[in-house]
Design a protein around this ligand. Structure first.
Ligand code: ZN
Length: 149
């Protein structure tokens, strides 16, 4: 961990490296503190804050668009690769109806499977791009202390 000089010339407290944060997100842990449970609640819901470190997931307006965009990219990639593999495996007699139904089902199921991962990956990206300052971390610690009282 190292101190980062932000664009305003101030010093932000150290956070974990991007690789550590992304690894934590893939393991469905809090990108900031690495603990579970994190901001995700069950598969599709979220808490306002991480119960361990108190960091808020909704740190800025429009955060929700990031995980959705990431989810769309991962889903398109998965469906595209699946379609190519299916075409290669079934050539030259493509079962068009079966492939169409499979891809439609995939377009519904895959984004739901990816949701918590893309949400936490985006949270990790957000924490790297806009590192929490001392005031935000102090507020997070206070919320954890208040919830344990
Ligand atoms: Zn945390």
């Amino acid at each position: 961990m190292h101190w980062i000089i932000d664009t305003m010339g101030g010093m932000n407290p150290p956070v974990s490296s991007p690789l550590t944060m992304f690894r934590r997100a893939i393991l469905l842990s809090c990108p900031l503190c690495g603990k579970r449970p994190c901001t995700m609640r069950r598969w599709m819901g979220h808490r306002d804050r991480c119960p361990s470190c108190g960091i808020r997931w909704h740190r800025e307006h429009g955060f929700e668009l990031g995980p959705i965009a990431l989810n769309v990219v991962f889903t398109f990639f998965t469906l595209g690769v699946s379609m190519v593999i299916a075409f290669i495996a079934t050539a030259p007699d493509f079962p068009v109806a079966t492939l169409t139904i499979s891809m439609i089902a995939g377009a519904i199921v895959v984004p739901l499977l990816y949701y918590p991962f893309t949400f936490l990956l985006w949270q990790a990206f957000d924490l790297q791009a806009h590192r929490p300052d001392e005031r935000e971390l102090a507020e997070a610690r206070e919320s954890v202390a208040a919830s344990t009282d």
